[in-house]
Design a protein around this ligand. Structure first.
Ligand code: GDP
Ligand code: MG
Length: 176
């Protein structure tokens, strides 16, 4: 049927986090239900995927932007944060540095994003693909400290991938 929600707002949602944490893989898993192993090109640049999800019979439109980690050093990123409605900040549970760097990412977010931006911290690669070095409790503690939502995910197995995006969509729905 002709969509009754043609005027429904599009929520700009950005995937952030160090290079290699699984941003592209997470988006591919959410979009296609598949895991494609091997590194995706970090130089592909900034692109987005449109997804419409249903939350309590309301359609919520997400425009999900994937970034390469290096882009945070460019000024373009700051302008790009400013109109974001939601941010999914990933680290890799098998990479301590990526976890430690989330503080810097959260600092940038505080500085450049809207005050009411929806933030979800995700500990990705929570599967048996590598040796875990970041405990779930550490992620939970950091999330509490910054007052953001938290989940562990696996772009490989699909663990919590749908759930993470749905939680963000649910939060955004309350604001549309
Ligand atoms: P990005 O740089 O953040 O976009 O990370 P990529 O999506 O390119 O993933 C980097 C590497 O980690 C690739 O080799 C992926 O196959 C792998 N990877 C991504 N997500 C997962 C995951 O959830 N589990 C495991 N075991 N590997 C993953
Ligand atoms: Mg990528």
């Amino acid at each position: 049927p002709p969509s009754a929600d043609a005027d429904a707002p599009v929520h700009k949602t950005i995937l952030l986090g160090d290079s290699g944490v699984g941003k592209t893989s997470l988006l591919v898993q959410f979009d296609t239900g598949r895991f494609q192993s091997g590194n995706f090109s970090a130089t592909v640049g900034i692109g987005f995927t449109n997804k419409v999800v249903s939350v309590d019979n309301t359609r919520v439109k997400l425009q999900i932007w994937d970034t390469a980690g290096q882009e945070r050093f460019r000024s373009v990123t700051h302008a790009y944060y400013r109109d974001a409605h939601a941010l999914l900040l990933l680290y890799d549970v098998t990479n301590k540095l990526s976890f430690d760097n989330t503080r810097a990412w959260l600092g940038e977010i505080r500085e450049y994003a809207q005050d009411d931006v929806v933030i979800m911290l995700l500990g990705n690669k929570a599967d048996c693909g590598g040796e875990r070095v970041v405990r779930k409790e550490d992620g939970e503690r950091l999330a509490r400290e910054y007052n953001v939502a938290f989940m562990e995910t696996s772009a490989k197995t699909g663990l919590n991938v749908e759930l993470a995006f749905m939680a963000v969509a649910r939060e955004l729905k309350c604001r549309q």
